[in-house]
Design a protein around this ligand. Structure first.
Ligand code: SF4
Ligand code: SF4
Length: 383
């Protein structure tokens, strides 16, 4: 095993994951520049409210979510002594002090959040202060306090994707891979740091106080049961921060090959799916034949319409002239459809525009042609 890999400042991923992914993928990870987090693309920002379009609150943005942090990421946050990381580190310390969901596996989402999350997401996601993440720094303009060490689910979530559904498919595959890694390595750290016997039995498969069916009054109130905590932490009781830092050291020494080997076939399959999704997002190839997909019209205008296709968070505005020629894509070969549009409607569509329409699922491959989009039309992504 080698020492920790170098930081890659150009990657959109946290440095630990960026270094591993550099070894898995053939090129750089794409930046999702339409998700303008510093000036949140989902906040209305003076735009006229429209009942069909979805906006988030500037007081929450998309952070109406409490991530589970695996033990080694907690350790990395605690060990990060950069002055800019201090405010975020304090939010993790506060979560540890509160005690609910604090186990040797890491910081689980508190039960009161887990009970609420998922209820009426259309009204609550991106809006509810009650669901807001404890690491969200409102005083810093709504920045993430643990950005450099955020969990896979946060590192891969975007409201908008430059390559539409093709991009979402890549990031979802990566989320599956990273959350699989987090699960695996959190358990591996227990082995490395000598957990055994009754303590281990209590932690596997789920710590008692974080299971939905075994919520104690203590846990629901957001505080730890001291007796339960002692049973979970064994000889590390009172040295939780030290334990998390030790986990960070163990994981920091792993190469990508080590991570893959520790994860076994399941992780290798997730890695393969991520590589395949990366190949798709790196390709501009068009399917041989296309037809019109399903879409919702959100706003009608004199010259253009706003429509949503693969996600309600990522509407696109299309000129009426373009919408009018879409029926030419009726399953005939793409080259024939383009030629007919040019001859009969005097409209020249370039292949890059057609590719964009495919990415956004306004045009979808006909059966039996190439195309691997799996997100359902109209599906609203949530964390
Ligand atoms: S990813 Fe979240 S913070 Fe960034 S622009 Fe989208 S909703 Fe806003
Ligand atoms: S950890 Fe950061 S990105 Fe994730 S929900 Fe919290 S504030 Fe948002």
């Amino acid at each position: 095993m080698k020492s920790e890999l170098p930081v890659l400042p150009t990657s959109p991923l946290p440095p630990l994951y960026a270094a591993w992914l550099e070894q898995l993928l053939a090129g750089p990870i794409p930046h999702e520049r339409d998700a303008t987090c510093d000036n949140c693309a989902m906040c209305a920002d003076g735009r006229e409210p429209n009942t069909n379009e979805i906006f988030f609150s500037p007081q929450t943005k998309c952070c109406t979510y409490v991530p589970a942090l695996p033990n080694y990421l907690v350790g990395r946050i605690l060990a990060d002594e950069e002055p800019a990381a201090a405010a975020g580190r304090a939010t993790v310390v506060a979560r540890m002090r509160a005690g609910a969901g604090v186990t040797p596996l890491g910081l689980a989402a508190p039960p009161n959040f887990s009970v609420l999350y998922g209820h009426n997401p259309a009204a609550l996601f991106g809006r509810s202060l009650t669901l807001r993440c404890p690491h969200y720094l409102e005083e810093a303009g709504g920045r993430c306090g643990v950005w450099a060490h955020r969990a896979g689910v946060c590192a891969t979530w975007f409201c908008k994707f430059e390559r539409g559904a093709t991009g979402m498919n890549f990031w979802r595959s990566l989320e599956q891979l990273l959350t699989g890694i987090e699960r695996n390595l959190a358990h591996w750290c227990l082995l490395e740091l000598g957990f055994k016997g009754e303590t281990l039995r209590r932690l596997l498969p789920m710590p008692v106080q974080t299971s939905r069916n075994n919520i104690s009054a203590h846990a629901l109130d957001g505080v730890a049961d001291p007796q339960e905590q002692r049973a979970l932490w064994g000889e590390w009781t009172g040295r939780e921060a030290e334990f998390y830092r030790a986990c960070a050291q163990c994981v920091g020494a792993l190469t990508w090959a080590d991570v893959l080997a520790l994860g076994g076939p399941e992780l290798q399959l997730f890695a393969q799916l991520t590589r395949e999704a990366y190949d798709e997002i790196s390709s501009e190839q068009l399917p041989a034949a296309l037809k019109v997909g399903v879409f919702n019209v959100l706003r009608l205008g004199p010259d253009s319409n706003t429509i949503s296709t693969y996600s309600g968070y990522d509407p696109i505005e299309l000129p009426n002239k373009l919408l009018e020629v879409l029926p030419y894509f009726d399953g005939r070969p793409v080259a024939q459809a383009l030629a007919a549009i040019a001859a009969e409607r005097d409209v020249k569509l370039d292949r890059a525009l057609v590719r964009k329409l495919v990415d956004f699922k306004l045009l979808v491959p006909c059966e039996g042609t190439t195309g691997t989009h799996r997100a359902k039309t109209g599906q609203r992504p949530q964390r």
